[in-house]
Design a protein around this ligand. Structure first.
Ligand code: ATP
Ligand code: MG
Length: 393
């Protein structure tokens, strides 16, 4: 039996005249994401995208899993392809849904007929298909209000399809339609979730990670790579730039007041990230900060961090509490990796009593005294480039 995936566009439908270009990006993203599941033809008509396997050995199970993580799709169905005759539909429906029909008690049939040339109208299709199912599965009853299963029949321009309940898609808008931004990524719980949330709004990501060897180990960096591969399942391929941060952190430790270590480090991170972002055509920075979570994320500390850059900064977790962030980390499968123990450069030289209400004037003075610029230049000259793809997992 031939099968196909039918995908429903999400918010793209609202885009009016831009809709075509949104849909083109979505189809390109799908094609790229699906390459590890086989060869597929991807076409669209009437706010539905058709994903048709081109070979018998295409892995539809895997394709469904991949599709469920592509932003821009609100729901999708794995469906059986029938000929456009009622006989073919009557033969296919009970066979294709046999397993499900055997395990339920009630059902109803819903028919959509967008090809008005089809001789039977929707209510007639429902009646015929319902009758056929009842005769093959005598234990079943029809329940139009609260059925265990809805059997869907779609009569479209290019074919007829039968499927069960549609599966919920990832929602959002297609990655790449919203510009590009740089995610400051650590090995913690928050920044991978922040990355996911901005990709969901159509942003294509570039990743920036600060490493301070030998205070931080190669394993800590490997952890970030593994986290980003999980994010890539949703956000697509990306490049990660690792910034060698050791000398700068040592200079902060040697030449700045201890209670301002963290805030000055965070400001330098933003300033270095801004320069990387400009070079690689990112229009904004993204962080995993959440108001009040730690000393460097109070309103006062965030004002000081924010003042360090003129670039737009997205903080999608700002109003979320830890449990809400953890729920998303579970959903996107980053939780298990995030909770592995590791050293972050943020935890190197943490002051015993960080300022929770730093005064911007003093922070700026403390940052101006040492001359960080030559070391910033040196760090920017020595970025390490890592290519991230979900296929490398
Ligand atoms: P996370 O769980 O993302 O590590 P956090 O709650 O531990 O966040 P901080 O460690 O203070 O908070 O970091 C705040 C934000 O700064 C992070 O969400 C991330 O965006 C960025 N950041 C922290 N450490 C690094 C790093 N080593 N490289 C790049 N960005 C970092
Ligand atoms: Mg952290």
């Amino acid at each position: 039996m031939k099968e196909i995936l039918l995908l429903k566009d999400g918010e793209i439908v609202l885009k009016g005249l831009n809709r075509r270009s949104f849909e083109d990006v979505l189809k390109k993203n799908l094609k790229h994401a699906l390459r590890s599941a086989g060869r597929f033809e991807i076409t669209s008509a009437q706010s539905t995208i058709y994903v048709k396997p081109l070979d018998d050995d295409a892995d539809l199970e895997k394709a469904c899993e991949i599709v469920s993580r592509v932003f821009g799709i609100i729901a999708f169905s794995r469906a059986a392809v029938c000929e456009k005759t009622i006989e073919s539909v009557l033969e296919t429906a009970p066979k294709y849904l046999e397993n499900q029909l055997n395990n339920i008690k009630t059902f109803k049939v819903e028919a959509k007929r967008s090809d008005k040339k089809f001789p039977l109208k929707s209510p007639e299709i429902c009646r015929e298909v319902g009758g056929e199912i009842l005769s093959k599965f005598p234990h079943l009853k029809v329940d139009v209000h609260n059925p265990d299963l809805v059997v869907n029949v779609e009569i479209r321009d290019f074919g007829a399809y039968v499927h069960g309940e549609p599966i919920r898609g990832a929602g959002g808008i297609p990655v790449g339609t919203g510009g590009r931004a740089a995610i400051l990524i650590s090995g913690g719980l928050d920044s991978p979730v922040a990355a996911y949330m901005m990709a969901k709004r159509g942003i294509r990501l570039t990743a920036i990670h600060f490493a301070s060897p030998p205070y931080t180990s190669p394993r800590a960096e490997d952890k970030v790579v593994r986290l980003l591969r999980r994010v890539s399942r949703y956000a697509g391929d990306m490049v990660m730039y690792t910034v060698p941060f050791t000398k700068l952190q040592e200079k902060i430790k040697d030449e700045c007041p201890e209670e301002l270590f963290t805030i000055i480090m965070r400001r330098l991170m933003m300033q270095i990230s801004e320069r990387i972002a400009e070079k690689y055509e990112c229009q904004a920075l993204i962080t995993g900060e959440s108001l009040g979570q730690v000393a460097s994320q109070t309103i006062g500390a965030l004002s000081c961090t924010d003042e360090a850059t003129d670039m737009l900064v997205f903080r999608p977790l700002i109003g979320m509490d830890k449990q809400e962030i953890i729920d998303i980390a579970y959903k996107i499968d980053t939780y298990d990796i995030s909770i592995e123990p590791y050293e972050d450069c943020c935890t190197v030289f943490t002051p015993k009593h960080p300022r929770t209400r730093p005064v911007l004037k003093y922070v700026k003075e403390a940052q101006e005294k040492p001359n960080f610029e030559p070391l910033v230049e040196e760090a920017l000259q020595n970025l390490k480039v890592t290519r991230i793809s979900a296929d490398d997992e």
